[in-house]
Ligand binder design. Sequence first.
Ligand code: AVI
Length: 322
Amino acid sequence: MVIHPIIADPVSEFAEEVCNGLNKPGQKELPSKYLYDEVGSRLFEVICALPEYGLTRADERLLRKHAREIVERVRGEVVVAELGSGSGKKTRWILEALSRHRPTSYYPIEISATALAMCERELADIDAISIVGCEREYLDGLLEVAARRLRGQRLLVLFLGSTIGNFDRPADISFLREMRLILEPGDALLLGTDLEKPVLQLIDAYDDPLGVTAAFNLNLLARINRELDADFVLERYAHAARFNADTRSIEMHISSACDQMVTIKKAGLSVPFQKGETIWTETSHKYSVEEVADMAEHAGFRCDAQWIDHEWPFAENLLIAE
Ligand code: AVI
């Protein structure tokens, strides 16, 4: 019988996942969610402003341009839930368009209390919107919002910024399916997806000349040093961004510059690294427009409309639960 320990605190959960990832036979891995501690979240905000990384600006352009049309497609009284609201900046366009016609409740769902507070401050001036922050994991938070809605209210879920692309394939479809199970027919999901583009453009976006993405990636090792009492010497590692043509994804790796040994005290672990060996830290899938519609259908949604940015290929997809 396999006995799984009950994980009581976030440090031991982090230690356990680091231990599993670095002990993996073959390719070493670390979960990308750990890139976002306070330093990582701030670095990510800077990435979003880099000229080479057009994703966030494309997402925002589409929402600014089409917010009205998007909300008009979702009829009746609407409750908005956003998975991973971040600062809430992009959401403003949708909430302003909605609040022109009807009072609306907005539930940002975030595991970071700091991000929730930022988002509440950013959007507090929009009249006719009541904001209730929900400090939970995505699906737990969504379950809670769904349970609170009143009869006849529709849910509009926002999952922006192509965060869906950071799930492994086919975990993205499973996630959409789980989300669909929480929703009722007629509820809507606005899903942002980054689209395929030339490989060199992608490499520049994920390995920018200023080195912000490199710092974002290497901060994961620094975080392990800080929180798990490890002795990674950061100068002996390098950031690498690779395009995987089979999966049509950009992968971020951390590559070891020499043969070396690392000790992570709070994980009770010593790990050898060979020169050139990498830790895989993130996948960012690039979709085709048809693929998104297909994926939606497999998860129990109908693709109602898609808006595409041609400056930086990106799609906003309005999916309706069937
Ligand atoms: C959050 N996510 C959609 C970003 C992406 O593009 O996959 C994370 C990121 N990683 C490096 N740069 C940006």
